[in-house]
Ligand binder design. Structure first.
Ligand SMILES: C[S@@+](CC[C@H](N)C(=O)[O-])C[C@H]1O[C@@H](n2cnc3c(N)ncnc32)[C@H](O)[C@@H]1O
Length: 206
């Protein structure tokens, strides 16, 4: 990256390419490496759940990537940005729930709309700066997402979930190994080098 400030490089690139957040490049890299949306280009009916979707870069990537051949359900505490979507968030293959994923009524709405071929989660707690607290809060959300994946993924479906390193993340990976044919961690290039986030992937739900 030379002398570029990485934050500016990825954020400016995102704006130029029509995404509200730089995080889109993390998903793009994982899609290119692991074929997360491969099923969507093969035929209609591919369904994706985006957990922790605001401001909406991953959701826009998914909708653009799938074209009309798939559908997306997204959830976040906050609303999505409407600056870049060019009407995609009004399309009939998209449904957004504003709410908390740990809330029972949100959970049942999300499960009702499944099953899904891909569950992708970039969900993260509001950080406090205290790494122990942040890691613990993130872990609780990750466990929630894994429970969604277990309940709502089709056989053969994939999961990608953001994890703050530290704490009991080895347990999460162990759990993914029991649920998926392949489980691994991956840190995309667009993650800030100093950041302690990484992603866990579960590929091919058993
Ligand atoms: C890093 S951002 C996601 C960025 C998004 N992937 C994108 O590309 O635009 C993390 C999101 O997790 C959401 N979040 C945190 N806790 C949540 C919860 N309990 N339920 C739903 N969303 C939550 C936050 O509101 C925040 O928007």
């Amino acid at each position: 990256m030379g002398s570029y400030d990485t934050l500016d490089y990825w954020s400016l690139k995102a704006q130029k390419e029509g995404y509200p957040a730089r995080s889109v490049y993390k998903l793009k890299e994982m899609d290119e490496k692991f074929g997360l949306f491969k099923g969507a280009v093969k035929g209609a009916g591919f369904k994706v759940l985006d957990v922790g979707a605001a401001p909406g870069s991953w959701s826009l990537y998914a909708l653009r990537r799938m074209g009309g051949s798939g559908s997306l359900v997204s959830v976040d505490l906050s609303p999505l940005s409407r600056v870049y979507d060019k009407g995609l968030f009004d399309a009939s293959n998209f449904f957004f729930i504003q709410g908390d994923i740990t809330d029972a009524s949100v959970r049942s709405q999300l499960l009702e709309r499944g099953p899904y071929h891909l569950v992708m989660s970039d969900v993260a707690p509001a950080t406090t700066g205290n790494r122990a607290v942040d890691t613990l809060r993130s872990l609780a959300l990750v466990e929630e997402v894994v429970a969604y994946a277990e309940a709502a993924l089709v056989a053969g479906g994939n999961l990608v979930v953001k994890v703050f390193q530290g704490g009991d993340t080895a347990e999460v990976l162990k759990r993914l190994r029991s649920l998926f044919t392949t489980a691994r961690s991956f840190k995309p290039e667009a993650c800030r080098s100093e950041s302690f986030e990484t992603y866990y992937l579960g590929l091919g739900k058993k």
